[in-house]
Design a protein around this ligand. Structure first.
Ligand code: CMP
Length: 138
């Protein structure tokens, strides 16, 4: 079990003005910010990041959306980070997300679901490395 996970505040939540609200929930749940960036990724960068989903029917829609505006990318630290963060964000489909979760509060649909959270320690490391080098982690 690792103590780090990776997140993105997605373009829908950024457009809706919810960066501050979401960061407050993340800090309030006990996560420490190890690294953070505000950036607008290209379609090609989104395709590379979501390569594991390349065969899925929603791949085009997903990568189009993720490159449609700026995002906040971050590495977060806490005991049991991957599982606890997935609990905090709620189900991928906000219609199934529990009360009090980030997606329940701020997500509109399964495609535009406000935040990303890594699904395993291995992917947390891969995803964090995609955005941050060693000098950008504190
Ligand atoms: P995320 O946790 O960022 O990882 C993969 C993303 O694919 C997921 O969040 C969803 O936003 C998106 N996704 C999953 N299923 C669908 C779907 N049926 N239609 C559109 N997007 C989807």
């Amino acid at each position: 079990m690792s103590n780090r996970t990776f997140t993105m505040i997605k373009p829908d939540a950024v457009r809706a003005g919810n960066i501050g609200n979401i960061l407050q929930m993340i800090n309030g749940a006990g996560f420490r910010i190890v690294a953070m960036k505000y950036l607008h990724i290209s379609k090609q960068q989104a395709e590379k990041f979501y390569e594991v989903h390349a065969a899925r029917p929603f791949y085009g829609e997903l990568t189009e959306f993720m490159s449609s505006g700026p995002i906040v990318a971050a590495i977060l630290e806490k005991d049991n980070a991957v599982a606890d963060f997935r609990k905090l964000i709620g189900a991928t489909n906000p219609a199934q997300a529990e009360e009090g979760t980030i997606r329940k509060k701020y997500a509109a649909s399964i495609g535009e679901n406000a935040v990303h959270g890594s699904d395993s320690d291995e992917n947390a490391a891969i995803e964090g490395n995609f955005f941050f080098n060693g000098l950008e982690r504190f």
